[in-house]
Design a protein around this ligand. Structure first.
Ligand SMILES: [Zn+2]
Length: 126
């Protein structure tokens, strides 16, 4: 578990907000950078989370490995303090969910314009 993914509420009660910026490996193939800030608004933890990641995939057309980058994803996470009895909120699951939802299951190299596409065109549905 990456210690940087934890937001400790006690620290937020003392200071007004916490900024974070860290890298998290994900499934060995994706390197995630997450950054943002966390603060308390009365009894609610509010996290402004930005995610950017680079991954490796195999093109569904030419079968070659290629690298892809995600677009930056910004999201707000809110959680009532009473729902965090341990006093520690871990961002890991939120980051995993965002990456899984954002990454297409099947990918094509060259931003969807694989050079081999012309060779397989006759086998593809129009
Ligand atoms: Zn390709």
């Amino acid at each position: 578990m990456n210690p940087d993914t934890k937001i400790i509420l006690r620290d937020l009660f003392r200071n007004e907000e916490r900024s974070f910026d860290f890298h998290m490996p994900f499934d060995d193939a994706i390197d995630v950078r997450a950054w943002g800030r966390a603060y308390l608004a009365e009894n609610t933890l509010i996290i402004h989370l930005n995610i950017e990641y680079t991954g490796k995939a195999v093109c569904i057309i030419c079968n070659e490995k290629f690298e892809f980058k995600s677009r930056r994803k910004e999201q707000y996470i809110t959680e009532e303090v009473e729902n965090i009895p341990s006093g520690v909120y871990n961002l890991e699951n939120d980051i995993r969910d965002a990456v899984i939802l954002e990454t297409p299951r099947y990918q094509e190299c060259c931003d969807g314009k694989c050079p081999d596409r012309t060779f397989v065109k006759k086998y593809l549905k129009p």
